[in-house]
Write a protein that binds this ligand. Sequence first.
Ligand code: SF4
Length: 328
Amino acid sequence: MTALLQAEGLSKHYSIGRKGLFGLGAHAVLRAVDGVSIRIETGTTLGLVGESGCGKSTLGRMLIRLVPPSGGRVLFDGQDITALHGPALKPARRSMGIVFQDPYGALDPRMTVEAIVREPLLIHGQRDEGQRGGRGRVAAMLERVGLPTSAASRYPHEFSGGQRQRVGIARALIMQPRVLLCDEPVSALDVSVQAGIINLLQDLQAELGVAMLFIAHDLGVVRHISDMVAVMYLGRVVEQADKRTLYARPMHPYTQALIASVPALTPVGRTERRARRTQVGGDIPSALNIPSGCRFHTRCPHAMPVCREADPALVDHAPGHAVACHLY
Ligand code: SF4
């Protein structure tokens, strides 16, 4: 079956200039994303999880072509869109929306909510009946995301973080995209309002049939909303499975540590405020200096000599359950 959105060996490398010996210029390569292949099926949600700096946001932005890849391919509905630009890219772009992490910085403070939500329609040359006195798409969408009609004429600073994120979601969905990138959409919000936003996104997905890439640094957050989950570490996917399998039988030591650090009680609507650190010793290494062999070996409690030498490939160990680890 053709995936709606697919990454094939996708990479993003940045060349960083730095002073070398005797002041001579030297270049280092920051490998933010390093050969990732994932797929998102129509109407489903892929949860993408990993610590800050693992490359998940860069991967998401490459998939919706906001960031150009250094290597690999992006396929949308079977079409290779990696090298498309300008008018050729527009049809695919129209089908893609994004919800940003920061509901405070993502909305223009000088624009009314109505103008913010309507802007994508104007960019893509579409009309809204609301501009001619009728009940338009903007009004319907504001209502759909749980905002009162009176919100249309107000400005972002008049709203709480959760309400602003609802404005961001309305803006992202106004073009009726087929795929929605949610880039840590609740991590800047109070724990008390996170569940409401996750429930809203889940309802909208069921209603609109939109596919989602939901990025988070916490496996607890993606648990309720995902069909599939991919775990990223230092620019690579290290484990991928359907949600039920991943939470019941995590195989990669990193996934196991992430799951161990999820608060025990996190049903939507009753999320506990219990900020725990990942139960992995040490910090994530720099993407400028990726460890040899398995890139997780510097922190892995099960590391073996082979792990320092050989880079484990992401291999299916059961149908639909892939893991990159020498233990298996
Ligand atoms: Fe740990 Fe080795 Fe597996 Fe890497 S390959 S996760 S170091 S056991």
